[in-house]
Design a protein around this ligand. Structure first.
Ligand SMILES: Nc1nc2c(ncn2[C@@H]2O[C@H](COP(=O)(O)OP(=O)(O)OP(=O)(O)O)[C@@H](O)[C@H]2O)c(=O)[nH]1
Ligand SMILES: Nc1nc2c(ncn2[C@@H]2O[C@H](COP(=O)(O)OP(=O)(O)OP(=O)(O)O)[C@@H](O)[C@H]2O)c(=O)[nH]1
Ligand SMILES: [Mg+2]
Ligand SMILES: [Mg+2]
Lengths: 292, 276
């Protein structure tokens, strides 16, 4: 593990009371390697290592720690702070219904995540209404409706409405009448470089005026995470990220890439295929996982 | 970005960035850059990239092996699509069905994902679109039972090709990998040598974890081919280089979109040109 490697690096530096540019060179290389292996984006790693170097040079090593432990603490603290310091919740505001738009690339876990969020919000006493606005993928609307039934939550069911814009308008209208306090809108997976589909999302944002625009991203995404997150953020000004499939063994470096490039917080993580497999995001846990 | 005024080290650093951001991975990248040291030095970026492309092509050329010719060797030729969640298995099956039908083959599909909501209905749409019959059972049933049914039907109906869909599953879930082994055993018991192709579907935007996926799926059921999807995005899919290097598995297809025609035979040369 990285901490084992770093402890070894610093063993040779015993007796130094202070971290210097010279004695952390090797350690910085190891950190860089660990982050690249963890799929953190190349440029993000460069900036991160530079930040760590600035924080570490000249630092007194605390009495209770070895230089290696001191260095690891600096790295982990820096990583945790970029990842968002502490778990950011949903800002659903006062006036119902609070629309939440869920967006992202194909297959990242949006539809499943909406069901998980709905179950989570219902347990907190809210009244979610699911809106299937993916008219492209075969059986996408059916998928969300089946999940809605599974968690005993209502879903927009009027098949007369054929395009996402109309579906959203009508669902908002119904939610207002029937008094649902949260709208969860499922959108089709799409590439950030698909201009017509990205402008469709812009239109949905104008119709919904969402309280949250959540970018659902796969935890195993590699270097491309900076491009997709930046792309969606540039068009929509997302309010947060949900990282899915963290129940696998991907290190999850994409999380650092995405928060670094968008400045937006990770709000939840998906940890399984079932509708209860969601939990709030804990930055220090993910930091440990990324470092390996 | 490259410029003519760069020093040798700056050139190497810029090439490293190009390789890493293509998801080539740290180990393959350092091996490639080591290899550069044995080449005559040049300031010409095109020439340096040429050396790297050559090294990558040498790894990939042994993995360019199309499925089409093989499909005639057994009847029914049984293909099983496997992979982690959301990579594009079901969609790829739909595209494959269309491709084989266009070649005049008789194709049968099987709805082997009995777990995920509306998975059966999803492949049903693809079956209708491509004019293929579909073997399915009820949601929540045993996928091995669907596989058994499908193989029996494929033989009875004398089809050319049977393609079985399976539920997405993380390679780290032992019980789900055991389930996959069971499905393979069931098929193999009914038709010796089957499944003739176990196609691992990988998402081009996946990072280093794709190597773990390939290793674990290969260890569990033996992977005979790879389909790399979503190459129409900005991800380069460089992780297949490490997979090719270590496991030598043929890369059959690339997915370049969501419609039925968006499947191409893997072309190593074109892939390498787009990679760096
Ligand atoms: N293991 C695991 N699987 C997940 C998780 N979240 C979603 N999935 C699975 O990932 C696959 C894709 O999920 P979907 O909800 O269909 O993804 P999507 O983003 O809506 O896909 P598109 O609508 O096609 O873009 C399904 O097999 C889900 O069960 C997770 O946290 N862990
Ligand atoms: N852009 C693009 N999207 C693709 C490609 N292949 C599949 N998709 C999309 O990826 C999403 C997931 O595809 P599925 O076929 O449902 O994936 P899967 O592996 O069967 O998913 P699970 O069964 O849930 O594990 C869908 O939105 C597809 O349209 C591709 O080559 N390019
Ligand atoms: Mg969906
Ligand atoms: Mg599927």
């Amino acid at each position: 593990s990285l901490s084992d490697r770093l402890n070894l690096v610093f063993k040779k530096l015993k007796g130094h009371g202070r971290l210097s540019e010279a004695n952390i060179q090797e350690a910085l290389k190891d950190v860089r390697m660990a982050l690249l292996e963890a799929d953190v984006n190349f440029k993000v790693v460069k900036d991160f290592v530079e930040k760590v170097k600035i924080k570490a040079v000249g630092k007194d090593v605390l009495e209770s720690l070895t230089p290696g432990q001191q260095f690891i603490k600096i790295v982990k603290d820096e990583l945790t702070s970029i990842l968002g310091g502490e778990a950011a919740g949903l800002n659903l505001g006062a006036k119902p219904p609070a629309p939440i738009m869920v967006v992202g690339l194909q297959g990242s876990g949006k539809t499943t995540t909406i069901a998980k969020l709905a179950k989570y919000l219902k347990a907190k006493g809210r009244t979610p209404y699911l809106v299937p606005a993916d008219v492209y993928r075969p059986a996408a609307i059916l998928q969300l409706r089946k999940l809605a039934k599974e968690i005993n939550v209502d879903a927009f069911e009027d098949d007369a409405f054929k395009n996402p814009q109309e579906i959203c308008k009508e669902a908002l209208r119904i939610a207002g009448i029937k008094g649902y306090d949260t709208l969860l809108v499922d959108t089709a997976g799409r590439l950030h470089i698909d201009e017509p589909l990205m402008s469709e999302l812009k239109q949905l944002k104008e119709i919904l005026k969402p309280r949250e625009i959540l970018f659902v991203a796969d935890a195993m995404t590699g270097q491309d995470a900076v491009n997709t997150a930046a792309g969606f953020n540039a068009v929509l000004d997302i309010t947060g990220v949900i990282l899915t499939k963290l129940d696998g063994d991907a290190r999850g470096g994409a999380a650092l890439s995405m928060t670094a490039v968008t400045g937006k917080p990770i709000k939840f993580v998906g940890i399984g295929e079932k509708v209860d497999a969601i939990e709030p995001f804990y930055p220090d846990r993910l930091a440990g996982r990324i470092l390996g | 970005a490259f410029s003519s005024g760069m020093s040798r080290q700056e050139m190497i650093d810029a090439l490293e960035e190009t390789l890493i951001t293509a998801d080539i991975g740290v180990n393959v990248c350092s091996k490639m850059l080591e290899g550069l040291k044995n080449k005559p030095w040049t300031k010409d970026v095109g020439e340096l990239k040429g050396y790297l492309k050559e090294a990558i092509s040498n790894i990939l050329k042994n993995c360019q092996s199309p499925l089409q010719p093989l499909a005639l060797s057994h009847k029914p030729f049984v293909i099983m699509a496997v992979g982690v969640n959301g990579v594009g298995k079901t969609t790829t099956i739909g595209k494959l069905a269309a491709k084989f039908k266009a070649d005049g083959k008789d194709v049968l599909l099987a709805a082997g994902d009995t777990f995920r909501a509306a998975a059966i209905e999803q492949i049903e749409v693809w079956a209708k679109r491509t004019g293929c019959d579909l073997i399915k059972q009820s949601h929540g049933g045993d996928p091995a039972a669907v596989a058994f049914d499908a193989v029996k039907a494929a033989v009875a109906r004398d089809v050319d090709i049977l393609i079985l869909d399976t539920a997405g599953r993380l390679h780290t879930k032992t019980n789900l990998m055991d389930e996959l082994k069971k499905i393979k055993r069931i098929i193999n018991r009914e038709i010796s040598d089957a499944p003739h192709e176990i196609l691992l579907v990988l998402d081009a935007s996946t990072g280093q974890n794709a190597l773990n996926q390939a290793r674990m799926f290969n260890e569990a059921v033996g992977i005979t081919g790879i389909a790399l999807t979503k190459l129409d995005g900005t991800a380069k899919g460089g992780i297949v280089v490490a997979i090719a290097d270590e496991l030598k598995i043929p890369i059959r297809y690339i997915g370049v979109g969501e419609t039925v025609e968006d499947l191409q035979d893997f072309d190593a040369k074109g892939f390498v040109e787009a990679l760096i």
